[in-house]
Design a protein around this ligand. Structure first.
Ligand code: G6P
Length: 372
């Protein structure tokens, strides 16, 4: 069993360390010599893809957070409205979907029954269906019009890590492809973004080499009863994913919030000693989002929160209000989730370990949920 885990104590730790490869392999073979995207696997006529008026992403759990991240990028790049919905909610609310809707399902296993039912329902309504999936020949891709495989390799640990990064990568590829197909321009070419994505695996590798402090923090925090996570823009789904990982692995009450929502309720939860992770947007973000989140950190710190700040290298604005600063390499704002989520995965892993829990097989959970 130790050999299967490649020298790591748990599959989850191994899979966290396989993330650079998962992203690199998912990018592989999807560009031509000029760096242009070639998606021959997308067996949907180009005219149908050009005619798409709405994209609906359906997924459950971690995959749904990949979908939320994807919404920001795909809308930005294609100007097609994107909705993201939990598959089990989509299926049973009479959704507005027609032949010009592209329904994109995201699933690691390809067997999640809730997601499968959503895809079947979308097909009945006449939608085109694309599956982003990590498991060759599984049910959801077989029943979809087309599939864009993520190449994360088998994911054994119940809590998803490398599949999440691969799902974001694949959905970005899809967004860039649709954008190029429709001749949208948004200041950067698809080839430029692809080139930046190609550099992400090295950044993840470097980041993974700096996680000792995160491990220490997790050990200090083993008795925590509640941990909050704040994020904004693409950092918002990352905050939700950080909270989900902590619930799944460490059985600690955890909640992810949109940082802008803080003053509308969650700030009432802040009392002295409350740990809060904050996923800080890149200082290069538009609309002054970085400064707004720095103000949020200041506000909660003033009320006694213990602030655990995930910020880009070189972002000094956060330092005065941070109890801990966890650094991530610089990227353009939309690609940041591929990095900012990593310390949150590592944190949940080590907190679970510190509590002596079963990291790979948390209680009450299954890797693939094949019942509704
Ligand atoms: C289960 C797993 C989660 C996963 C979700 C969706 O609940 O415990 O880790 O995110 O299913 O799985 P899928 O295979 O569809 O990505």
């Amino acid at each position: 069993a130790a050999a299967e885990k490649g020298g790591y104590d748990t599959f989850m730790e191994k899979e966290i360390h396989e993330q650079p490869r998962a992203v690199a392999d998912t990018l592989l073979g999807r560009t031509d010599a000029d760096g242009d995207l070639v998606l021959d696997e997308l067996h949907i006529p180009v005219e149908d893809l050009r005619a798409v008026t709405k994209i609906v992403i359906v997924a459950c759990g971690t995959a749904s957070y990949a979908g939320m991240v994807a919404k920001y990028a795909i809308e930005r790049w294609t100007r097609i409205p994107v909705e993201v919905e939990l598959a089990h909610e989509f299926r049973y609310r009479d959704p507005v979907v027609d032949e010009r809707t592209l329904v994109v399902s995201i699933s690691q296993s390809g067997e999640t029954m809730d997601t499968l039912m959503a895809v079947r329902h979308a097909k009945e309504l006449g939608a085109r269906t694309v599956s982003i999936c990590n498991t060759h020949g599984s049910t959801i891709p077989r029943e979809s019009d087309a599939v864009l495989y993520t190449h994360a390799g088998p994911e054994i640990a119940v809590a998803s890590t490398k599949a999440f990064l691969a799902q974001i990568t694949a959905s970005y590829i899809l967004g860039l492809y649709l954008s190029a197909l429709r001749g949208e321009s948004y200041g950067r070419s698809a080839a430029e973004v692809m080139a930046e994505l190609q550099g992400i695996p090295d950044h993840i590798e470097a980041l993974l080499g700096t996680m000792d402090r995160v491990e220490e923090i997790a050990h200090f925090m083993a008795d925590s009863r509640s941990v909050l996570f704040l994020g904004r823009h693409v950092g918002y789904p990352v905050a939700m994913e950080g909270a989900l990982k902590l619930k799944e692995l460490a059985y600690i009450h955890a909640e992810g919030f949109a940082a802008g929502e803080l003053k509308h309720g969650p700030i009432a939860l802040i009392e002295p000693g409350q740990p809060v992770f904050i996923v800080v947007p890149s200082p290069d973000s538009e609309h002054g989002l970085h400064g707004k989140v720095v103000s949020n950190i200041q506000e909660i710190r003033a009320r006694g929160a213990r602030t655990l700040v995930i910020a880009e290298e070189g972002d000094e604005d956060v330092v005065p209000f941070a109890d801990e600063v966890i650094r991530v390499p610089r990227t353009s704002p939309l690609l940041a989730p591929l990095l900012t989520v990593v310390p949150l995965q590592v944190f949940a892993l080590h907190l679970s370990t510190a509590k002596g829990l079963d990291v790979d097989q948390p209680r009450n959970l299954a890797k693939s949920v094949t019942v509704e």
